[in-house]
Structure formats: structure tokens, C-alpha cells
Design a protein around this ligand. Structure first.
Ligand SMILES: *[C@@H]1O[C@H](CO)[C@@H](O)[C@H](O)[C@H]1NC(C)=O
Ligand SMILES: *[C@@H]1O[C@H](CO)[C@@H](O)[C@H](O)[C@H]1NC(C)=O
Length: 191
């Protein structure tokens, strides 16, 4: 049942990447999606999340991710940076978790497919290609939707700092930035 298999993609999830070594435990926080940001590439923009938005009372995620070309493992790379700002502040500082720049297909294979769970369910709330265990390469050119997607935090670490977290996913072609998207979230103590 391919369409029921779950996989990871997107921006939020990227924050999960660091969590694989944490055991599951009671979480004492809630995460509220604030907004999306998108960034053009330096010379050209080949990855774009420019219509991604936070929608509705549930503050779910909606929009598309656009890959303007097939992205292989030789020329394309991906990085994920995590920034933190104190509650009520937007003075974001890079914190040393995340993914340093690595070949794109490897990144999807290692993180997206494996950590796979919660948020993106192929055929249900997205048409982003399913990524099998052996990976998918290249990531095919296309504009993929994700609709009314709830961020599931089950696999997140037990402890993350309160305040604002920004997870920024950047794409590179031959070392040059070709576009990025970021999700800003608010982390609060659970009531
Ligand atoms: C959600 O995204 C889809 C396309 O991906 C769009 O058709 C729809 O209007 C969007 N909904 C909202 C509430 O923005
Ligand atoms: C979006 O999902 C929420 C649950 O998180 C649901 O209550 C709401 O009706 C959905 N909205 C749409 C437009 O599907």
C-alpha cells in the first residue's frame, strides 16, 4: 500500500533530524506554527516554497514545494540550519543542531525516508514522491502540494528550548544557493 506509506519531507521535519538518538519520552511543550519564509537563490531559484503558508485555526501547513529541475546527488546539496530566539524575540541565533550541507539524494534518503513518520503522508496530504529505503535519485522536477498538514511532534526531543525556532532548509547547485524555505515555530510549555 504505497500510498499509505509515510515519509518525511519539508521544512519542519528537518528539526526532527537531530532527534533520532533521543528516546521517546513525555514532552512538556507544544509547538505552534508561526509562519513560513522563503528565500530566492543567489543567481537563480530552482527550489521554491514561496506559496507555503500557515493556515486556519489549527495553524496547519499548506502550499507547494517546487523543484524546477531534477536534482541529483552530484550537483545538488541540502543543508538545514536551526535558529533559536528567546520568547517574544526575533533575534535568531544559529544553534549547533541541524544538517551540514550534504548531497541532496543522500540527505533525503538518510533523513526523510528513515525518520519517515508523522507529517507527510503520500497520497493523503501530499503528492511529493514516496522515498523508498534505498532512496530516490534524482529528486524529480515538479511542483508538489502539501495540504492542511499537521505537524506531528511525537518524534521530537524531550527538551527543546522555549521561544521561537526557525528551521531553514537550503538547496545548493554546484555550491551556489538556489533557494530556501524556513518554518518559524513557537515553542511553549504545555499547559
Ligand atoms: C492549500 O494549497 C492548495 C494547493 O496546494 C490550494 O489549492 C488551496 O487553496 C490552499 N488552501 C489555503 C486555505 O490556502
Ligand atoms: C484541516 O485540518 C484540521 C485538523 O487539523 C481540520 O479540523 C480542518 O477541518 C481541516 N481543514 C480543511 C480545509 O481541510
Amino acid at each position: 500500500m504505497r500510498c499509505r506509506m509515510k515519509f518525511y519531507v519539508g521544512i519542519i521535519i528537518t528539526i526532527f533530524f537531530v532527534c533520532m538518538r533521543y528516546a521517546e519520552a513525555e514532552q512538556s511543550y507544544t509547538v505552534i506554527n508561526e509562519h513560513f519564509e522563503h528565500y530566492d537563490g543567489v543567481q537563480e531559484t530552482l527550489f521554491s516554497a514561496d506559496n507555503a503558508r500557515v493556515i486556519g485555526r489549527q495553524r496547519n501547513l499548506n502550499g507547494t514545494l517546487k523543484f524546477s529541475v531534477d536534482m541529483d546527488n552530484e550537483h545538488f546539496m541540502l543543508s538545514v540550519e536551526i535558529f533559536h530566539a528567546q520568547p517574544g524575540d526575533d533575534n535568531f541565533k544559529l544553534i549547533p543542531i541541524g544538517i551540514t550541507r550534504m548531497p541532496l539524494c543522500d540527505a533525503f534518503k538518510t533523513y526523510f525516508a528513515k525518520v519517515a513518520e508523522p507529517s507527510f503522508v503520500h497520497g493523503e496530504n501530499t503528492d511529493f514522491p514516496y522515498i523508498p529505503e534505498e532512496g530516490l535519485c534524482p529528486i524529480p522536477k515538479g511542483e508538489y502540494y502539501f495540504k492542511n498538514l499537521t505537524v506531528k511532534t511525537d518524534t521530537w526531543p524531550t527538551h527543546i528550548p522555549r521561544g521561537n525556532i526557525k528551521a531553514k532548509m537550503s538547496f545548493f547547485k554546484d555550491g551556489v544557493d538556489i533557494g530556501a524555505g524556513a518554518l518559524v515555530m513557537r515553542v511553549e510549555d504545555r499547559e
